[in-house]
Design a protein around this ligand. Structure first.
Ligand code: V47
Length: 372
């Protein structure tokens, strides 16, 4: 059934969406500014169902953050700490391996590993960490290090990003997560994450990773000091790189959580904004296969509704999330496999457990009812 839109401008977009035509910057502005959220969501859902039918993907993963010590002091972040901060931590290699195995069941298919920019840990240390994980958990995919960490390892080791990526790949890194992209525009970046690599450097590093056959995800941090123009610029720069490399698997819009950050005065995003961001992403990023509604950030309730506004993924079980929880997230730190499946089913979608590369994971129907 085709709806009649509250906003006539969406009629013209419907023709483009039906024809699979690419939306322009001006189209993007319309979908960011119209109050007709249901109309925008309907369009995004058309694209989502054309790509993925009724499926919603999820995975069984564990987050590992080896250190929160960080030289960068980004205003947006509540996770990074100075070395001398009594609350700062850095795991030993044994602790990382122990953490990975803690509560481990063979259900876990991915370790998601990111951390602060530590002034002393060397690239060799990280390679050893990956080798140790692969030795102990050979079947688990290692999705590790943001482009920001890659850039930092290169700068510290005085070697190229390509060399860093090659060494990490040789040690067992299978793909990269999408963090650290924030908002690419320099004006915003200078304020929210001054010491991080530039937006262009993030893009260039992702390009090299993709050229080396490594897949990655991509993100956008919204809901702070950026404008809608900055958001669109960010999305279009990702779309442009994807036309070139086809290396991005998933886009994850990340709502800014201000608590305990230097930008604590900024109000939190609203449900309306979060849902709209999912729909805009699905419509503008026509060449990125998946849009993830990251339940930790959106809350399971909104992430569930997002499954009918353009999203086709919920992320995973996580077990112990820290970056968002340090910034005041009120969600639980992990969800069980069965809970994720229930959320998806109640949104009228069919849950499909995937591995990091979106291959379906086959499991015996009742194999993990006790374990996970
Ligand atoms: O890089 C940091 C953001 C990212 C805050 O690739 C904050 O599958 C909100 O990238 N409020 C880390 N956001 C999370 C991330 C991610 C999450 C889930 C899945 C994947 C994936 C990637 O979170 C950081 C930064 O952009 N962040 N601090 C904050 N206060």
């Amino acid at each position: 059934m085709t709806p009649s839109f509250e906003d006539d401008r969406l009629e013209a977009l419907r023709a483009k969406v039906d024809a699979g035509e690419r939306l322009s910057y001006q189209d993007g502005m319309v979908i960011y500014r119209t109050p007709d959220l249901l109309g925008v969501g309907w369009l995004a859902n058309q694209v989502r169902e054309r790509l993925h039918g009724n499926t919603t993907f999820f995975n069984v993963n564990r987050h590992i953050n080896p250190t929160d010590v960080c030289v960068a002091s980004c205003k947006l972040c509540a996770f990074g700490k100075r070395t001398k901060d009594p609350k700062a931590y850095t795991m030993s290699l044994e602790e990382v391996w122990e953490k990975a195995g803690h509560g481990y069941t063979e259900a876990v298919t991915e370790f998601h590993i990111v951390g602060g920019l530590h002034p002393e840990l060397t690239l060799d240390w990280y390679c050893q960490m990956l080798r140790g994980l692969k030795e102990r958990f050979p079947q688990v995919h290692l999705k590790a290090f943001t482009m920001v960490e890659i850039g930092y390892f290169a700068q510290r080791g005085k070697i190229s990003e390509r060399e860093v990526l090659q060494r990490l790949k040789d040690a067992g890194m299978d793909s990269l997560p999408g963090g650290g992209a924030e908002i690419f525009h320099d004006r915003v970046r200078r304020i929210i994450c001054d010491h991080k690599l530039t937006g262009q450097q993030w893009i260039d590093t992702a390009r090299v990773a993709h050229q080396m056959g490594l897949h990655s995800n991509c993100t956008m941090l919204y809901g702070h000091i950026e404008t809608e123009e900055d958001r669109l610029d960010h999305l279009l720069r990702l779309r442009e790189l994807q036309d070139e490399t086809r290396g991005f698997q998933t886009f994850i819009p990340l709502a800014f959580h201000p608590d305990h950050t230097a930008l604590e005065h900024i109000p939190k995003t609203t449900g309306f904004d979060d849902i709209r961001e999912i729909a805009v992403s699905r419509l503008m990023l026509d060449n990125i296969p998946h849009i993830k509604a990251y339940w930790v950030m959106m809350t399971p309730r909104i992430a569930q509704i997002a499954q009918r506004f353009g999203a086709d993924d919920l992320d995973g079980t996580l077990v112990e999330e820290r970056i968002y929880h340090d910034a005041g997230a009120t969600t639980t730190q992990g969800l069980r496999r069965g809970e994720l499946m229930r959320l998806i089913r109640e949104a009228g979608r069919e849950p499909v457990e995937r591995d990091t590369l979106y291959r379906p994971v086959q499991r015996a129907e009742n194999a993990f009812t006790v374990l996970v």
